[in-house]
Ligand binder design. Structure first.
Ligand SMILES: Cc1cc2nc3c(=O)[nH]c(=O)nc-3n(C[C@H](O)[C@H](O)[C@H](O)COP(=O)(O)O)c2cc1C
Length: 322
């Protein structure tokens, strides 16, 4: 698949996930080679200011390529500067976040707040596209609520402003994460798209889900979000499903080993405290199909050292949920 001048290996993308798609997560993801993966969203202003924490969120290594950064904000001029910084940092693509539903973000019109001002989305994208040679993309929700379904309108605006692709999350802002994603919201965007690629997003948790979204909506690519948590290999499952093959069975022992590998990446990249906190989330991602995960989560939240954490993980008894 082509994204602007980029040639990608497939049409399966891994989404930006604030608080989750950090460096260790992306090291795990890189083993399975999604077409493109994203760092966590960063604010344009913080990036321009050179905020240390923000810059750290953008750390990446060559094995993670192709890699995208995602910015959040409303100001076209700042978007221009932020895009330039990201291109200089070597990113392969830059995405504009117009989907984040969190009040803290939408209160100044950012994230899904941008859905209320489609023209501004066009201005911001046009400035990003003018600033860089790498592909610029945008990620939206279907609308602010079910009465304002602006997906097709924004698809056209983004196309005219020079975006190479638009990711469409099949939920409204009002829905937050409640209820199933409505894939028809993606289909209607694809129907009005001419040159812009449409990337479907929402509720892809298995290989078959990914293949079904591609089939049902006609979208050009899929963006997997929560389905990547504890399943860094989901790209392989989607490719297999597209080829009509069953997913590779992964035993609980393999999932536990993946968790240990994630933990090793975490301990290398983060402080001891950071790695311990990391495991409180990631610990459960990989063991979703095992009995006793809730107790395990409680237990590991009391680990006081890396050695103790490692031993707790290694001693987890893998018993499948019947
Ligand atoms: C914990 C969490 C963090 C997220 N962070 C981001 C983010 O930084 N940028 C973004 O565009 N979307 C973010 N999202 C939204 C997802 O990328 C995606 O659009 C949404 O979860 C729907 O896809 P899914 O049903 O496959 O998870 C986040 C979602 C979750 C659950």
């Amino acid at each position: 698949m082509k994204l602007g001048k980029l040639t990608l290996k497939s049409n399966i993308f891994y989404a930006p996930l604030a608080g989750c798609s950090d460096f260790p997560f992306r090291q795990m993801a890189a083993r399975f080679k999604p077409a493109l993966m994203f760092c966590e969203m960063v604010k344009m202003e913080a990036l321009i200011r050179g905020n240390e924490q923000t810059l750290r969120m953008l750390d990446y290594q060559e094995a993670m390529r192709p890699i995208g950064a995602q910015i959040c904000g409303t100001d076209p001029q700042k978007a221009y500067l932020a895009a330039k910084i990201l291109e200089e940092k070597g990113f392969d693509s830059i995405d504009l976040n117009c989907g984040c539903p969190v009040d803290k973000i939408t209160k100044d019109g950012s994230g899904s707040g941008m859905l209320k001002d489609p023209e501004r989305i066009g201005d911001v994208i046009a400035n990003m596209a003018a600033a860089v040679n790498i592909p610029v993309t945008v990620k939206i929700r279907a609308g602010w609520d079910e009465k304002t379904l602006v997906g097709p309108q924004i698809t056209k605006i983004a196309e005219q402003a020079g975006a190479a692709a638009i990711s469409v999350h099949g939920r409204t802002r009002k829905q937050a994460y409640k209820g199933p994603a409505n894939w028809d919201y993606i289909k209607v965007c694809k129907e009005v798209a001419t040159s812009i690629k449409v990337i479907g997003n929402g509720d892809i948790f298995s290989g078959e889900d990914g293949a079904a979204m591609l089939r049902q909506t006609g979208c050009d690519a899929v963006l997997v979000s929560r389905g990547t948590l504890g399943q860094p290999w989901i790209v392989e499952d989607i490719l297999r499903a597209q080829a009509g093959e069953p997913p590779s069975e992964r035993s609980l022992e393999e999932c536990l080993q993946a968790l240990l590998d994630h933990f090793s990446y975490s301990t290398t990249y983060k402080s001891e405290k950071g790695a311990l906190i990391d495991m409180r989330k990631a610990g459960c991602w990989y063991l979703k199909k095992a009995l006793g995960v809730r107790e395990f989560r409680k237990k590991i939240s009391h680990a006081n050292s890396l050695e103790e954490m490692r031993s707790m993980i290694e001693n987890f008894e893998c018993r499948p949920i019947k």
